[in-house]
Design a binder for this molecule. Sequence first.
Ligand code: ADP
Length: 556
Amino acid sequence: MPWYNKIMIGLIFDVIEKTPFSHWVIMAVSFAILIFYIFLFAEDTKKRSGKFFLIFSFIVFVWGVTFIFFDASLETPNIHTMVLFAYFWAGFVAPALFIAIDSFSNENAPIPLRKFIYIFGPYVLLSIAFLIPRQIVGYQEGAHGGAGEIVFGPYALLYVLYIVVLVSLVLGILIKRYRQSAGIFKLQMRDLLATFVVTATVALVATLFLPFFTGLQNFFWFGYAGGALVFLVVCAGIIIRYNFWSFKIITSKFFITIIFFALLVEIFFATSTFDLLVKLGIVILVMFASFFLVGSLKREVLSNEIIGTSLGNIDDLRGQLKVLDKKKSEFLSIASHHLRDPLTVIKGYASMLSDGDFGELPPMVKESVDKIFDSSGRLISMISDFMDISRIESGDMNYIFSDVDIKKLMLEVAGEMRQSAERAHLSFSVTIDEGDFITVGDEGKLRQVISNLIDNSIKYTPKGEISLLLYRDKDDNKILISLSDTGIGMNEFTKQKIFKKFSRAEGVSKTYTEGTGLGLYVALEIIKKHDGKIWAESRGEGQGSSFYVELTAKKA
Ligand code: ADP
């Protein structure tokens, strides 16, 4: 075993044997505080408050070490200097905390030099009193070699006052910021405020008030460790809770630190120079590996966060679009209503005029009135299509289902449309199969579909015929409406798209100008709601088209 090994092991056992429980606690807590703030600082080195909290944690750490040295110096002449140093150092805890909290609560503003002078200035003056023992504090050795005690001098009250004022100022900042803040920052401030009140009370009572006012000095370690521990645990909690750190990263860093320290201890137990080198090599390797591991973890967490926020944004946008779409549909529906009502009145009067209800019209005038009648009719059906679209899209298309006799319905619609077909010089035939044609559906809407199909056939058939057929497939329990014409027909491409919104065949406006490309889309939506099918067939352009509607017959 090399010489340094024996010394190390001897030393370690010596320390373990002689160290009381309270010192272990102080050491553990002060290390934990320092490591915690080193982590916090490393997380974002640019953050101003991170630096000040690191300084604060270093001061707390050294303060913890002074307790241990204080105990070690008992019964030696060094105890006098130790007491002075311990109290002198402890005096920095409150101002350091003030600066850290101040910069934390207002991260963007740099702390002016003035503030440092106001905060530390009084302490520098007070420090002069530390140069002379027993002005602030001192050590009184026990009589006849008995236990001694810490004694306070005439300026001790100023020292206590300085600390109490600073702690109150910190409390003031926290309360002020808590009141001013909102949202997540308010919650963060509330938690910090509560933690501060608890820790400050524990620490002040045990390390300052009890010794100063009552002479009780046995609770130092409890005040230090207890206060620091609460602060540490709650701060870590706040950080995790408000997602400042990812839990994944913290745990990895924590375990890496433990592994690192374990390996470091291993170095002291090296049995040969070679062993020492190997162990050193392992420590370095682990350091590098952890560096990359934490780096990649951070990237992963960051990209998850980015994905999370992007998904959130997409969700928001989708919500906004839905609202806009609904508004658009509402607008369309209202606007359409206001257009359709006066148009219906125009159409009605045109019809009455044309029919001679107000007296016979000269042929020229009658022709014009008929044009008014036709155009207003077309506008009304166009507006009806728009209204249907807006209802379909807003989900407000209401269906009233009841038994519908398709045969009766078809004959009625065919009767109404016959005139239009004849006016277009088209022959119009209706063939109806044997049997029942009852289905469950919305009569008004089915009427709309059939009349739309017949209307299309008239529009897109320059000459020839239109045949309407009604079949009943008893085996399959289906009703099939077929409408064939000898019109412009359509190619494959057109056939695919005509049931889509605003879709018309290319060049179709030469045959019929005013189409909107909405009728078949509305028809498809209506038939879908009836669990039926609607489709078109054609042998090609100029070869006529057939449209089919299939509905389920009501079981007898
Ligand atoms: P619109 O007739 O107002 O254009 P539709 O949705 O009713 O709207 O029809 C869409 C398209 O389908 C028409 O523009 C036309 O190109 C085609 N189409 C519809 N019916 C026929 C038909 N009977 N013959 C040929 N093409 C048709």
